[in-house]
Design a protein around this ligand. Structure first.
Ligand code: CMP
Length: 210
């Protein structure tokens, strides 16, 4: 089916701030993002913590269908989004009818698990410097984009803080140190790691200290 036909049948457009579902609710639909950004978050004590933000081509809401469990997190629209809403029957028909879809989902789910493992390792580091440098280093390898002057990571300081379990202020302090040491630059499109191998050497040094 063409993208337009898929959208006519399953599509939904939503403005920023829309809550698609909340953690703990029961839910039977999964979603595929066609455009925009969706925030996946969890309430930790009184604070809403971002687990991740997802963009075009990514899917979410599959866990409740696969495990028959309540929603494990809240999904909200961060940037005006178009999504395909897939009911369990369609989902099953898609997976049964096309092994490629199942393989792509397994790959995506294992990448998510790898990311979660990295995050556990990160949160076990006590020192703020190590957490930020460890995260940037892993992200540069996993999804860094090679550009003039280094490796670009598409993440805001706010999301970075959320990923490493710190407030924005201490993360800014670490970033300022990295900027002064010419390891990182803040650009309009994200954080530029000027030399990822030097950043890894710095991480080894911090780990030795810790
Ligand atoms: P579900 O539990 O149905 O609802 C919340 C959704 O958020 C979940 O399915 C996943 O699709 C998604 N999700 C939960 N945890 C993560 C994570 N760590 N990274 C990416 N997506 C996640």
């Amino acid at each position: 089916m063409s993208d337009d036909k898929l959208y006519d049948r399953f599509g939904k457009q939503m403005p920023p701030g829309t809550i698609l579902f909340r953690e703990g609710e029961s839910g039977k639909e999964m979603y595929v993002i066609q455009s925009g950004r969706i925030r996946i978050s969890k309430q930790v004590r009184d604070v809403e913590k971002t687990l991740t933000t997802l963009g075009p081509g990514e899917f979410f809401g599959e866990m409740a269908i696969l495990n028959n469990k309540p929603r494990s997190a809240t999904a909200s629209v961060e940037e005006e989004a178009k999504v395909l809403v897939i009911d369990p029957k369609t989902f099953e028909a898609m997976v049964r009818g096309n092994a490629e879809i199942a393989v792509r989902m397994i790959k995506k789910l294992s990448a998510r698990l790898q990311e979660a493992d990295e995050q556990i390792e990160n949160l076990l580091l006590k020192d703020h410097n190590s957490r930020v440098v460890h995260f940037l280093s892993a992200m540069a390898i996993r999804q860094g984009q090679q550009v003039d002057g280094g490796t670009l990571i598409d993440i805001s300081v706010k999301d970075l803080a959320s990923k490493v379990g710190l407030e924005v202020e201490p993360v800014n302090e670490v970033l300022n140190k990295l900027i002064r040491a010419k390891l990182v630059r803040i650009t309009e499109t994200g954080l530029l790691i000027q030399d990822p191998s030097k950043l890894r050497e710095f991480l080894e040094f911090l780990e030795m200290k810790e």
